[in-house]
Design a protein around this ligand. Structure first.
Ligand SMILES: [Zn+2]
Length: 69
């Protein structure tokens, strides 16, 4: 759940920054939207967001609460 949220937030940040976004899923889906540089940046944003949440003092509380969603 938290990884999925990190992934989606990374898409949102890229969309605000560039007006477009891309990730490895575009490559897998072969939908014509794959952009290597955007996908690389997307991965970095996703990891940074995930680490922010993971390193939060409230992580274990969030994990328990979100596990049931
Ligand atoms: Zn994606």
């Amino acid at each position: 759940m938290i990884k999925t949220c990190s992934h989606e937030l990374a898409h949102y940040i890229q969309f605000v920054k560039w007006g477009e976004n891309s990730c490895e899923s575009d490559l897998v889906l072969n939908n014509g939207n794959y952009d290597r540089e955007l996908a690389k940046e997307h991965e970095e944003f996703m990891q940074e967001i995930y680490q922010l949440i993971r390193n939060s003092g409230d992580y274990s509380k969030l994990e328990k609460r979100w596990k049931n969603i």
